[in-house]
Design a protein around this ligand. Structure first.
Ligand code: SF4
Length: 260
């Protein structure tokens, strides 16, 4: 395949290739409705989806609706979600979220991003997860994988997740955005690692402007004389220069050059 020119053509090619590579993608957080997904996504900060899935069955059995969670005793919630880390802040967030859903949205998790981001513990990434996965609406969550891959694929030059999202929104059709994000996340976890991307095993290598540049950069660094000298200077043991013992019959040695 000829390397596509321009970000839009590249995004189309990436999307096609990732659909072939990961035909079925789904959110790894177990949930049955928007309330459960929103709660699980808030809990997933700084921990794994597997860990969240271990605590949410007990949490949702005890608090099956926003109204139940809104009235919860924080100590009880903390006990259930403790293993996800940051459990006091997360408890405040999910109880606050449930109270806001109850008081401002009639007990139903809203679907508009501008409403979602007003809920405690809910930023654009979490809001877009809920929109795309629970409601099937356009939403492109940008996490660390999506940001990194988008920059390597030259779909954006931005570091700020909100700006990355806006750039990608201009390249990906609305109905494809949620799955595009999930596929980039999957590819980031399996192939395009943060430190050493596996370009040789990557289905995007033929369209990726960054393909194999990491290996070249590593080799260049290794043969750079500045690096070699620096290493040698640092590691070489300091040799003492000892004047040879003068034999009585030897010609006198030249004095050591004080400048050398
Ligand atoms: S070719 Fe390399 S840098 Fe580009 S997406 Fe694949 S693994 Fe990442």
């Amino acid at each position: 395949m000829a390397r596509p020119r321009g970000a839009k053509a590249r995004a189309d090619a990436v999307r096609r290739l990732l659909v072939e590579e990961y035909p079925e993608v789904c959110c790894a957080l177990d949930h049955r409705n928007p309330y459960e997904l929103l709660t699980a996504t808030i809990l997933s900060a700084q921990t794994t989806d597997v860990r969240v899935n271990m605590v949410t069955p007990a949490l949702f059995a005890r608090y099956p609706t926003p109204s139940d969670l809104a009235a919860a005793d924080p100590a009880d919630v903390e006990e259930i979600i403790k293993s996800t880390g940051f459990f006091r802040a997360k408890t405040r967030s999910i109880i606050g979220m449930a109270q806001a859903v109850e008081s401002r949205f009639g007990g139903e998790v809203p679907s508009a991003l501008e409403d979602l981001v007003t809920l405690p513990g809910t930023g654009r990434k979490t809001g877009n997860v809920v929109r795309a996965v629970a409601f099937g609406l356009p939403g492109l969550p940008v996490d660390t994988h999506v940001g990194r891959l988008s920059r390597r694929l030259k779909l954006t030059t931005e570091d700020d997740p909100v700006k990355v999202e806006l750039d990608l929104n201009g390249l990906v059709p609305p109905e494809e955005r949620g799955d595009f994000s999930l596929r980039l996340i999957e590819h980031g976890r399996r192939v395009c690692f943060a430190r050493s991307p596996n370009c040789a095993g990557c289905v995007l290598a033929e369209v990726c402007p960054s393909a194999f540049t990491f290996e070249r950069a590593a080799k260049t660094k290794a043969v750079n004389p500045a690096n070699v000298k620096k290493t040698a200077t640092k590691k070489a043991p300091v040799k003492k220069v000892v004047a040879p013992r003068q034999r009585p019959d030897a010609a006198p040695t030249a004095p050591l050059d004080p400048g050398g």
